[in-house]
Design a protein around this ligand. Structure first.
Ligand SMILES: [Zn+2]
Length: 401
């Protein structure tokens, strides 16, 4: 069986928060999966079809975006043309959006609800059909190779248990941010969350100030009453809840705590301090909350790694885990870690030219966004180098044997 080898890796970052660095310089891939990890001398070249020379750059798992609002189909004016007419001029096209994300190191995207679909209906039937349509479309749509888990159900008035059962049978497994549908109070949301859990779905909840006209703000009290799996953007999407609320969520619950790119940087910094003190970093995941009226930045996930690494005492290799392995564990995905048996989704990164950092990890600590030398999805090279990120000091190359 022909294999791909990535060798001459300077630092191998696992995506695992506890064992964040792997003592190895070579990774071997077969049939799209990681099949061996070790030192160069452990492997025989005659088994290989492709050799990638990492040139001393850093290997990390492909980034997992925990909070996107996928644009459905090619059309694009945001929902903003319904709710916020002044922002309605922006257009995002699905192919460009996904390929841009891929060039910025994102290999998997999770939907927090397809709210960028223009004219989204607000009935139970519309919510159900939109979730199913988005789920099915993105099951087959792989622009840039990116894996998009879309079709997140908005909780709207009128949904009954049978709807959750039927959707789960069709493969829908995400509930969009509670608070963005017509279901707003804990009394209304709680039974639906129970149905979602009964059928194996993961439930997200919007928190902090309202992001859309018609949505409301929420803090610890309501979140604890509704019991979602993921507390979205604790640092705001874009407006953060109070630090008292965040403290309570850290100390009194075991919910997943999400930090978002579009949120409040001061609260991101303060939250990380509390979470690290309480040894709860395994509960942290990162997302962008894009594309949206506030921002469309394909490099937001890479910037989140940089933000966490540079604005806290957390080592950069552990910041990577919050954008990869933690998210994979919480959502049950077989990617996000450099580990035998995982999907071979990984990226090579390095300090950008001119950085005070000498390698990717010291550049991240210094607050610089690294350059991406290569993006690989399911064992295939999809970008080498990236079109978007700064030029890396070290350039990876590949050759066929
Ligand atoms: Zn939100």
């Amino acid at each position: 069986m022909k294999r791909t080898m990535i060798t001459n890796i300077g630092v191998m970052v696992s995506g695992d928060l506890e064992r964040d660095i792997i003592d190895a310089d070579t990774l071997v891939i077969e049939n799209g999966m990681i099949c061996a990890i070790g030192q160069r001398d452990d492997f025989d070249l005659k088994d290989m079809e492709t050799i990638i020379d990492a040139a001393g750059s850093t290997l990390i798992p492909g980034l997992i975006e925990s909070h996107a609002h996928p644009v459905l189909l090619r059309s694009g004016p945001f929902l903003r043309d319904v709710h916020l007419p002044e922002l309605g001029k922006s257009k995002v096209y699905i192919s460009g959006w996904l390929e841009s994300n891929m060039h910025a190191g994102v290999t998997t995207i999770l939907s927090a609800g397809e709210l960028t679909v223009s004219g989204r209906g607000r009935s139970a039937l519309a919510a159900k059909e939109l979730a199913l349509a988005a789920h099915l479309v993105f099951k087959h749509l792989r622009y840039g190779g990116v894996k998009v888990h879309a079709g997140a159900l908005f909780l709207e008035k009128g949904l009954v248990e049978r709807d959750f059962k039927e959707l789960a049978e069709q493969g829908v497994w995400l509930v969009a941010e509670i608070g963005l549908g017509t279901i707003q109070t804990p009394e209304e949301a709680r039974p639906m969350v129970k149905w979602a859990h009964k059928y194996g779905m993961k439930v997200l909840m919007h928190t902090g100030g309202s992001s859309l006209a018609g949505s409301k703000s929420s803090g610890a009290e309501e979140i604890m009453a509704i019991k979602p799996d993921v507390v979205c953007h604790i640092n705001g999407g874009p407006t953060a809840m109070s630090m008292e609320s965040i403290k309570r969520l850290v100390e009194e619950t075991d919910f997943t705590l999400e930090l978002c790119y579009i949120g409040n940087p001061k609260v991101l910094f303060e939250s990380l301090k509390i979470i690290a003190e309480k040894r709860q970093l395994h509960r942290v995941i990162c997302g962008s909350d894009t594309p949206g009226g506030q921002v469309f930045s394909p490099t937001s996930m890479l910037q989140m790694v940089r933000n966490v690494a540079s604005m806290s005492d957390i080592p950069a290799s552990k910041a990577v885990a919050m954008c990869t392995g933690n998210t994979a564990r919480i959502f049950g995905l077989n990617t996000g870690k450099i580990e035998v048996g995982r999907e071979a989704d990984c990226i090579l990164i390095d300090a950008p030219l001119g950085s005070v950092g000498q390698d990717s990890l010291s550049a991240l600590k210094a607050g610089d966004v690294p350059g991406i030398c290569m993006v690989m999805i399911d064992g295939e090279i999809v970008a080498m180098p990236s079109k978007f990120t700064p030029t890396p000091i070290r350039q990876a190359t590949f050759r066929k044997l």
